[in-house]
Design a protein around this ligand. Structure first.
Ligand SMILES: C[S@@+](CC[C@H](N)C(=O)[O-])C[C@H]1O[C@@H](n2cnc3c(N)ncnc32)[C@H](O)[C@@H]1O
Length: 206
């Protein structure tokens, strides 16, 4: 499995999404959609061995976690607008739930689930599942020298993940991994990680 956690610091947490303004009023929802696209889509195929989590911290009702499961996704296509429509549906589903039901994963559309879950609690869940946490950061260890097993890759948005969550990752022993000496876009990091793992022959049984 290849798992990703994307922290979306400003992305809207209501279904009041203006599909004509993903970057502005929706709090960089364009970036989240590009990350989902790059996490799952191959040319004429989909990566079934990927799970992608987006933790949304924008207004009005943070945090909201949306989970995308590759081997269950249906009808999602790679373009940003299409993905934004599925995120809007997930947020609508979330709005319809009471706070008790929000504690559990709720299916929105095939392969897309929504839950009240913050960044740190999600990381702690992954540790309990026996996953290794790799924090993607320009100043980490060169990926070429890092063994990757049972991975969850943590990626920030245009703001990063913030000092407090960086400290938290440090404390829980996350491995800081660099993909380039340059500062990259989050979605490009996903593409590079896939490429590194593809070349290593990393497959969905690992
Ligand atoms: C646009 S960058 C964030 C820039 C932000 N100003 C900061 O200082 O963190 C988005 C995310 O991509 C990842 N990233 C960017 N460049 C990287 C690199 N060279 N190696 C590994 N990850 C990188 C990091 O997770 C980062 O939070």
């Amino acid at each position: 499995m290849r798992e990703f956690i994307f922290k979306a610091n400003k992305t809207i947490t209501s279904s009041d999404i203006n599909l004509k303004d993903l970057p502005g009023s929706c709090g960089r929802l364009d970036l989240l959609c590009r990350c989902v696209s790059d996490a799952f889509f191959l040319s004429h195929d989909i990566r079934r061995d990927v799970v992608f989590y987006a933790v949304l911290y924008g207004q009005p009702n943070p945090p909201v976690c949306i989970k995308f499961v590759g081997n269950e996704l249906k009808k999602v296509s790679p373009d940003e607008r299409n993905i934004a429509i599925f995120i809007k549906k997930a947020l609508k589903k979330f709005e319809e739930l009471d706070e008790e039901d929000r504690k559990y994963w709720n299916l929105s559309t095939p392969g897309i689930y929504v839950k009240r879950l913050g960044f740190r609690d999600l990381i702690l869940e992954k540790l309990r599942e026996g996953k290794n946490i790799y924090y993607l950061h320009r100043d980490g260890e060169d990926v070429e020298n890092v063994d990757i097993e049972n991975p969850v890759f943590v990626i920030g948005d245009h703001i990063g993940i913030g000092e407090d969550d960086e400290k938290f990752l440090d404390e829980i022993g996350a491995k800081k991994v660099s993909l380039s000496p340059l500062e990259l876009h989050a979605n490009h990091c996903i593409t590079i990680i896939h490429n590194v793992l593809d070349k290593r022959g990393f497959n969905n049984t690992e």
